[in-house]
Design a protein around this ligand. Structure first.
Ligand SMILES: Nc1ncnc2c1ncn2[C@@H]1O[C@H](COP(=O)(O)OP(=O)(O)O)[C@@H](O)[C@H]1O
Ligand SMILES: [Mg+2]
Length: 279
């Protein structure tokens, strides 16, 4: 059960209406990790049962495998073709109004992204809505070509926003049966930056009885704290010391704002992939 998201769902509905009316479109669905991009798109496709949905997802270990994503969409082996030929071949298989979803599209192989991008430009009035789901900040390690293809489709972007504190209260009630006071809901909203994943993690980790006598601060969800510890283990002692001084790392830190670690110049250089942690 999805809470909030009326705006995002109506934006997606408008894009689908446009596609049905003869304007095929490729849109990005963008937001920070854990904000609910995948859940939004799942809910959107399940609300339109009359429409075909074809769903694939990118994965870091598949991103160098040509056609990994297109294979998932076509249920066929790799097409052994160039991206435009593959685009035509895929278009030929599509019947009726279709939503094509590539979740975690930033981890897609380049051939599939090129082909899907070419396909939408050749879809001429076909009722096709294509959604590429990506984080608002691309992680390190994403290929430059991939980043360029993604940003060439920024014209239509659905931004998945933070939940309101009212949404957080509703989420707690629906998913955990916890009836938060408006004050606690507001504090939880600030602490998690309105991101459903840490809200759900904390609801899971904190015993129900405690929610009604909760005081000033919440802990970080266990997974977040563990990720911070792993990142710091990979850093130099100087970086660890400096982060500790800035109190930006403690597992019970009050806010889940992205952790920014200074880049170290020591032999134990902290990998840049650890310089930004979000839950
Ligand atoms: N609007 C929402 N209402 C209820 N639960 C949600 C909502 N958005 C996300 N969730 C839940 O929060 C978690 C993280 O969502 P997910 O879609 O995986 O995030 P993302 O794809 O942005 O990383 C999932 O367990 C999901 O079911
Ligand atoms: Mg996701």
């Amino acid at each position: 059960m999805l809470v909030g998201r009326e705006n995002e769902l109506s934006q997606l509905d408008r894009l689908l209406d446009g596609a049905r009316a003869g304007s095929p479109v490729l849109a990005l669905v963008e937001g920070p990790p854990g904000i609910g991009k995948s859940a939004l798109v799942r809910s959107f496709t399940s609300r339109h049962r009359d429409v075909h949905a074809q769903i694939a997802s990118g994965a870091p270990w598949e991103s160098n495998h040509p056609w990994a994503v297109l294979e998932q969409l076509t249920h066929a082996p790799a097409p052994e073709a160039d991206p435009i030929d593959a685009a035509h071949a895929y278009l030929d298989t599509i019947r009726g109004t279709t939503i094509i979803v590539v979740d975690d599209a930033h981890w897609s192989d380049i051939e599939s992204l090129q082909s899907l991008s070419s396909m939408i430009r050749r879809a001429h009035q076909r009722p096709i809505l294509m959604l590429w789901v990506i984080p608002d900040v691309l992680p390190d390690g994403i290929d430059d070509t991939t980043a360029r293809i993604l940003s060439s489709h920024r014209a239509d972007t659905v931004h998945v926003r933070a939940l309101t504190s009212g949404d957080v209260a509703q989420l707690a009630l629906l998913r955990a049966g916890v009836d938060l006071s408006p004050w606690t809901a507001q504090r939880l909203h600030e602490h998690t930056l309105g991101s459903p994943r840490p809200v759900l993690q904390l609801l899971d980790e904190i015993p129900r009885a405690q929610w009604h006598r909760w005081q000033a601060r919440f802990p970080a969800p266990a997974q977040h704290a563990a990720a911070v510890r792993r990142a710091l283990t990979a850093c130099s002692p100087e970086t660890r010391a400096s982060s500790k001084r800035r109190r930006s790392w403690a597992p019970d830190h009050r806010s889940l704002r992205p952790l920014r670690l200074p880049k170290s110049t020591t032999p134990h250089r902290c990998s840049t992939k650890h310089t930004r942690l979000v839950c």
